[in-house]
Design a protein around this ligand. Structure first.
Ligand code: NDP
Ligand code: 8X3
Length: 250
């Protein structure tokens, strides 16, 4: 099951797992995008797919959607908690509080709702893997990142705590923390301002969704006794959350 499969890293994960022969449960709010993706995956890989149009911020909807998964799909082996977003890049004292609500509700509470609904089945079956998409932003805050960074620091803590509580079961927990990945992320952060979004990746070679999907698949395909607990991955042009190398335009 991949959340946020309608775009970017989640969509790339859907391709990677489809190619590897997995059956896929794909979730996101934009059902039309999911339908188009499912059509492509069925045509290219003959993938069996179950779609869930879902807003992970809606706790009741998450619980109902997981409970309503047809019997033959309900034994989820791998949960990729990828749905997430940033909103705004303003100084703390100038930021829009509604942006904060959206990030915390999606990145933290949404991830919790989905995980809480799926993990009990994994524990009961003594089999499963939760792969959380955190961020380099969860390791160190950057200017004007405050709440987004905080939400990803929470994902880091939640992943650690989940692993501790699942100790003694066969259920694995992995955290992948990417640096700059060119997806719709910055366009969403800047509320649709494409020029501002493009500038984020100008002069450097960013990661792409497929780079992260590769790692998600790698984590999921280790032997059962191997738990990759965390992976930090950045473009070669990025040293940390604030230090990137940009080449001048030719
Ligand atoms: P995209 O904007 O391309 O994709 C985000 C995905 O999350 C979309 O499929 C979107 O689907 C889904 N999503 C957002 N809100 C909700 C919601 N309320 N309910 C369900 N699905 C939702 O960005 P990325 O692929 O880059 O982002 C994926 C994850 O990777 C996020 O958690 C992000 O924080 C993280 N990340 C991204 C980095 C980057 O530089 N791009 C770096 C580090 C981490 P829909 O709108 O259809 O609901
Ligand atoms: C996304 C990477 O550095 O834009 O989590 O926050 S960054």
């Amino acid at each position: 099951m991949i959340t946020g499969a309608s775009s970017g890293i989640g969509e790339a994960c859907a391709y990677a797992f489809a190619q590897a022969g997995a059956r896929l449960i794909l979730a996101a709010r934009r059902g039309d995008r999911l339908e188009a993706l499912a059509q492509d995956l069925r045509a290219e890989f003959d993938t069996q797919i179950h779609l869930i149009t879902l807003d992970v911020r809606d706790r009741a909807a998450v619980e109902a959607a997981i409970a309503a998964i047809p019997e033959e799909w309900s034994a989820i082996d791998i949960l990729v908690n990828n749905a997430g977003l940033s909103r705004g890049l303003e100084k703390f004292h100038q930021a829009d509080i509604q942006d904060w609500e959206e990030m915390i509700d999606t990145n933290v509470k949404g991830l919790l709702y989905v995980t809480r609904a799926v993990v009990p089945g994994m524990v009961a079956r003594d089999r499963g893997h939760v792969i959380n998409i955190g961020s380099i932003a969860g390791r160190a805050a950057y200017p004007s990142g405050h709440v987004y960074c905080g939400s990803k620091a929470a994902v880091r803590s939640i992943s650690e705590g989940l692993k501790q509580d699942l100790l003694g079961t066969a259920v694995r927990v992995s955290l992948i923390e990417p640096g700059l990945v060119e997806t719709e992320f910055s366009e969403v952060r800047f509320h649709g301002d494409r020029d501002r979004a493009k500038a984020v990746y100008q002069g450097l070679t960013p990661l792409i969704g497929e780079d992260i999907a590769d790692l998600v698949l790698f984590c999921a395909t280790r032997p059962p006794h191997v738990n990759i607990s965390e992976l930090l991955v950045v473009p070669t042009d990025q040293a940390n959350a604030t230090l990137v190398h940009r080449r001048p335009a030719p």
